[in-house]
Design a binder for this molecule. Sequence first.
Ligand SMILES: NC(=O)CC(=O)C(=O)O
Length: 247
Amino acid sequence: MLPEIWNSPYSNDCFPVYAEDIDAGGEASPSTAMLSEAAGLLKVTIVGGSIPERSGDRLYNTCCVFDSDGKLKAKHRKIHLFDIDIPGKITFIESKTLTAGETPTIVDTEVGRIGIGICYDIRFQELAIIYAARGAHLICYPGAFNMTTGPLHWELLQRARAADNQLYVATCSPARDVAAGYVAWGHSTLVGPFGEVLATTEHEEDIIIAEIDYSLLEVRRTNLPLTKQRRGDLYQLVDVQRLKSDS
Ligand SMILES: NC(=O)CC(=O)C(=O)O
């Protein structure tokens, strides 16, 4: 797994410059061609962080997932754009250059059923609930939280998504570069289905190698039978996409 916007500085000025046309493949998208080659050569599934994607006259913040033959299995376009204003701390308006994606993305891979979100997507618990309801074992969030929100929210949100939905959450952030226009918090992390941090980095460049045991999902769901105890008679989340595809 790679971080959010790993082929470009994280800035509205740079997104159009570094954007690649993913659907055209080959030389049009050197970053995804490289990921596909690496997945095939190493025989691993890759959740390819995200890059700015050009599609016609639009730009998206897009994560590509490759299977161990190097085939593109899924493409997730960041659904919730990072438009925030905390005066004196951080203002970022992704929607100045980017368009929001329109579909949640869940993908069956050799290493489990994976839901994908990109950074700000982690703040919207409904997306994680839908992924859990559709049988995700793991949600991967390439992200790049910052020095204001990172210390308070980055780990909190990962643990909340994992504990509420009793699944694994994996995040990958760029390392911190204090000279960059946007300073990332770092701290890539793997969280287990009890909300426990299984592995994490500091803010320097690093790699996490950790084991995921999906049999723990059942154990935790038996220990705490939240799904059975949910009061669907009092509240419900409607899976609009599923309703659309069923009709
Ligand atoms: N960069 C993001 O998309 C999100 C972020 O930094 C935050 O939610 O805080």
